[in-house]
Write a protein that binds this ligand. Structure first.
Ligand code: HEM
Length: 127
């Protein structure tokens, strides 16, 4: 294995851990009715976006190239996931401060999980 492959697999490892933080938190919290925690989703979004872009750079350096349209779609979906996670995080903090029920944030959690899983499908089936 050459140096570029070691870099690529280390980044891919972090990329998968980031997406596991998103999808894992979503699956854990889906049966919940209230008391949602959006922080792992925000962190997972940052990790997948940073490592995803670094993976593109490493592939370009290693002359492996990328499918640009696929990467634009993945980035757009990841930005939606990240933006919804931040919205959920801020709104849940505000509701908690006001001692209000956060049950209305469930659709936000659902949307994050579905878009993140759509991104996994894009990663795997778009060849
Ligand atoms: C929620 C966000 C994301 C999810 C769920 C996700 C999912 C995945 C999965 C499952 C893989 C492994 C499959 C494969 O190697 O083809 C992968 C690889 C990859 N992802 Fe993502 N991804 C996300 C965000 C991003 C973003 C934002 C970018 C960059 C714009 C990106 C760029 C890449 C690249 C370049 C690879 C190929 C790695 C390699 O084999 O060298 N990903 N992604």
């Amino acid at each position: 294995m050459d140096t570029i492959d070691i870099f690529r697999f280390a980044l891919l490892f972090a990329h998968i851990v980031g997406l596991a933080a998103i999808v894992g938190s979503y699956i854990l919290q889906m049966p919940w009715k209230r008391g949602f925690d959006f922080l792992p989703l925000v962190i997972g979004s940052i990790v997948t976006i940073v490592t995803g872009n670094a993976l593109i750079a490493v592939r370009e350096v290693g002359d492996l190239g990328v499918d640009e349209l696929k990467m634009i779609v993945k980035l757009a979906l990841a930005i939606i996931v990240g933006a919804l996670s931040v919205v959920g995080f801020i709104r849940s903090r505000r509701l908690r401060k006001a001692n209000a029920d956060d049950a209305r944030l469930k659709p936000v959690m659902l949307a994050i999980g579905l878009v993140a899983m759509a991104n996994i499908a894009v990663a795997l089936f778009w060849r």
